[in-house]
Design a protein around this ligand. Sequence first.
Ligand SMILES: Cc1ncc(COP(=O)(O)O)c(C=O)c1O
Length: 406
Amino acid sequence: MTLALYGGAPVRTSPWPAWPPPLDGAQRERVTAVLDSGLWGATQGGSACAELAGAFARRSGAEHAVTVGNATLGLFAALRGLGVGPGDEVIVPAYTFVASATAVLLAGATPVIADVDADDLHLSADTVRAALTPRTAAIMPVHLAGSPADMDPLTELATRHGLAVIEDAAQAHGATYRDRPVGGLGDAGVYSFQASKAMTAGEGGLIVCRDQAVHDAVWSVCNLGRDPGGAWYGHPSVGWNLRLTEIQAALLLPWLDRLDAEIDRRNAFCAALERELSAIPAPPGREGAGEPGERAGPGGFRPVTVVPRPAGTTRDSRHLLMLRLHVPVDRSFLLEAMAAEGVPLDGGYPPLGTMTALTGAGARPEPCPAAEAAAREVVWVRQSMLMDDPAGAACVAEALAKVLTG
Ligand SMILES: Cc1ncc(COP(=O)(O)O)c(C=O)c1O
């Protein structure tokens, strides 16, 4: 079969679902009500931001929440609210979005870039232990791709060393770890509502926390150093205006009613794709159990497997699906050939430690062979594709088989 890149027929010609999906009636009603009220800002007496904060606090079992302009600022506010700043080190995973580390820089602290688990690609207690120093003040597990990090060993380690735990839950709305919602497992958890996320208002973020004092400190950072309930021109601390607007909260509130159904839909697609991938044959001469050191799929060597979830995942919100390639392939060729087949994939993150902007700004990378391997071997299926009918999973597998083994 000729690759579409070389003039053959593409595997898929129909469009994938759009993300974000079209506004639903409930969103239109909510947004119109806010627009008609004239109370667009969060400080004018409207109720949407407060309702969103309350709903997230309840859902995450964290009791308190603060809405914020985006998750980068949310991570910054959480760090500052927890007293992390200059002279402190914060351990972040090497395989994550750059904002996990730049939020630490914004707080004046040093990001220490630790490797991830070689299989599930999340921060693990082992990789954190290797990066600890007497200056470590906090750790930032990232619930990557919607799969929760294995939190119990991480929080145990943090407790033993007196470290704060800030969960970067930017990609994991609705995910659970051992049946507990992410975000409420550490000292603070931060969600993103940026355009690619599972709930979006174009931009936006939200911080949840369990402790009233942490809430008040984080709220103050986001509200120009005021105390909650304090005087408008009273600024006992240094803070900034990092607020979300009422219009954004109005877009997000109705999403909470459909989030679980959308997660189910993405999980159904992922399950179908995993089945389809297990049927892709090994390339000629590679039908055995794989070369030493290769991670063979169940039932023998498979050219592509789904990156496994960390232990303890009870609900994966499937922000995206990470696939590991076990056959050598030129990545830019693969991405180009897949796009030509009508199945565009993402190449994923470069390891944070290779970003000279970060190291130039003082970030300290640990050796990160697992993140480096991920940058070579892992590709992503985007959220918009996961929202397709599960039958669409066959196109992804067919295009991969065509490009990898054809
Ligand atoms: C893991 C992770 N952390 C932080 C962020 C930053 O979120 P935001 O774009 O809302 O600032 C993102 C997403 O963009 C992310 O994926």
